[in-house]
Design a protein around this ligand. Structure first.
Ligand SMILES: NC(=O)c1ccc[n+]([C@@H]2O[C@H](COP(=O)([O-])OP(=O)(O)OC[C@H]3O[C@@H](n4cnc5c(N)ncnc54)[C@H](OP(=O)(O)O)[C@@H]3O)[C@@H](O)[C@H]2O)c1
Length: 490
């Protein structure tokens, strides 16, 4: 007799889409090739596009890689085994009858052992509720039998403001229990983000200085150097605050600002994150700058602006850039600005956290005055943690220079850095929820940005134009300066 843990079906709704093909299926293969998936494991793709099993396997194969199995022949054999476990059903997401067609594929093992199930909603956000309801009506919300579990996965965006997010949470809650729901913000799966708790709480030296007495400001940056490139559909209705700042950047802020969790488990970690978020007052329009990249000429070549993109509404006022100065009002952080910025069409592609310390007091080394130590945590690309310290330049004089203590992941570790989705999928299978967004965490994050988003919409705020490929609007520099800081420039 086998056990439910030996049987797993992953139902991938939206299996024809970008997320499924480029992230989820490759991550599942990465887990499979390392032996992390149970003996009786299968993937059932579901989407409206008519595809045969062979066609689904062919599009799945396009993105599988041999990262964990460099030996070509054994990797190829493993891929074929994996693909043989992938099948496909075509149907409408809101049609209970179409979803019921999954039932014969998901039937229990021949010996009657129930199976564990994951329903992964890799579909656009407006499909979340219809497909959830249809799954419920098709009888898939409950576990397939005793000792087995059923889990459902959704990805941000979770609503577009506090009210719509609450509605989504409530409506999903009528079909699935909170403990069954895994809300992904894939940034939490990134290696460096997972290292933040270790950095802060496993190293004695940081905690005593991790506060307003030693830290002058915190900068969190997310930037892309590409344009919207025809994918304006969702983004044009959302904008950068909803797309990046309210989720990825606030998640990072909560991990930087939180108090030590009393235990290293999902409940305590997420309690500490929620407490930190609840100490952040909503910013007003004075604390926020929005921008939009504009057309420019480079080397005589015309580079189109955001509004020139055919997937964007003419005259769109959607922000492709935002900077915000947030406060965390508690004993640890009062008076320390948390400066967040996110933008597309900028001068580089990176995500990083910069913890800027206060300058050393006293006049012993005047040359170091004004330029503080800085801890830089680079999330992507080229994961790294560097600490900028003043150092004596070797030689007979006493010249000082800022130099870096440098932990470059690529050279410091021999291990492969997993893709965020590999970690997240494995945690879903293990029922480990630390890296997933709890409902009160989501509500607290929306409470921070909903008021200013409503003001921006109500006042039809015109975003400040910045040339494509530059550092962003000048207003963002003025915002940082008002808080005694300057954005880092590459
Ligand atoms: N792509 C990423 O890297 C990424 C990253 C983070 C979060 N996400 C989130 O993950 C979800 C899926 O993203 P995605 O990039 O895979 O989206 P997508 O490719 O646009 O859509 C996924 C699938 O959903 C179906 N679909 C598309 N538009 C639809 C519509 N109007 N009504 C009903 N079905 C529709 C399509 O399949 P059929 O037409 O065959 O049914 C499509 O293949 C979204 O919520 C997105 O915000 C994606």
């Amino acid at each position: 007799m086998s056990e439910p843990g030996d049987h797993l079906s992953i139902v991938l709704l939206g299996a024809s889409g970008h997320l499924a093909r480029t992230k989820i299926l490759p991550a599942l293969f990465a887990l499979y090739s390392q032996g992390f998936l149970p003996k009786h494991f299968r993937v059932v793709g579901f989407a409206r596009t008519p595809l045969s099993d062979a066609e689904f396997r062919a599009i799945t194969a396009e993105n599988l890689t041999c990262r964990y199995m460099p030996e070509a022949a054994s990797c190829e054999a493993r891929m074929q085994e994996f693909l043989a476990r992938c099948t496909y059903v075509s149907g409408q997401y809101d049609a209970t009858a179409d979803l019921k067609a999954l039932a014969p594929l998901l039937k229990a093992a021949p010996d009657g052992t129930p199976e564990n199930r994951v329903f992964y909603l890799a579909v656009p956000p407006h499909v979340f509720l219809p497909v959830t309801r249809a799954l419920g009506e098709a009888g898939f919300a409950n576990p397939s039998g005793e000792g087995a579990w059923t889990r459902v996965v959704i990805e941000k965006p979770f609503g577009h403001d506090r009210a719509s997010s609450d509605l989504l949470t409530h409506e999903m809650g009528t079909v699935f229990k909170e403990e069954q729901i895994y809300r992904i913000d894939h940034y939490l799966g990134k290696e460096v983000i997972q290292n933040l708790l270790v950095l802060r709480f496993a190293n004695l030296i940081f905690e005593p200085i991790w506060n307003r007495h030693y830290i002058k400001s915190v900068q969190i940056t997310w930037k892309e150097n590409v344009s919207i490139e025809g994918r304006g559909g969702y983004f044009d209705g959302a904008g950068i605050i909803r797309d990046v700042m309210q989720n990825h950047l606030l998640q990072i802020l909560s991990l930087v600002a939180m108090e030590p969790p009393s235990r290293l488990n999902a409940t305590h970690i997420r309690n500490a994150k929620v407490n930190a978020l609840q100490c952040v007052p909503p910013p007003t329009l004075d604390d926020v700058v929005v921008g939009q990249y504009a057309a420019t000429y480079r080397g005589g070549v015309h580079i189109p602006g955001y509004r020139d993109d055919p997937s964007v509404l003419p005259g769109s006022r959607t922000a492709t850039y935002a900077a915000a100065a947030l406060r965390v009002v508690n004993g640890r952080w009062e008076g320390v600005p948390f400066l967040l910025r996110a933008g597309k069409g900028l001068d580089g592609r990176s995500s990083e956290i910069r913890i800027q310390f206060r300058p050393a007091p006293g006049g012993v080394f005047p040359a170091s005055d004004g330029t503080p130590n800085e801890l830089v945590i680079r999330i992507q690309p080229d994961e790294a943690i560097t600490f900028r310290i003043w150092s004596k330049v070797p030689g007979l004089g006493m010249d000082l220079e800022l130099r870096e203590l440098n932990l470059q992941y690529k050279t410091a570790f021999t291990q492969l850095i997993p893709e965020a989705y590999e970690d997240l999928l494995l945690d879903i299978l293990r029922g480990e929820k630390s890296l997933f967004i709890r409902e009160d965490e989501l509500a607290s994050a929306w409470d921070i940005f909903t008021p200013v988003l409503e003001t921006i919409d109500a006042q039809s705020v015109i975003p400040e134009a910045y040339e494509f490929g530059t550092a962003g609007p000048a207003g963002a520099d003025q915002l940082a300066a008002r808080h005694g800081a300057a954005w880092h420039r590459e």
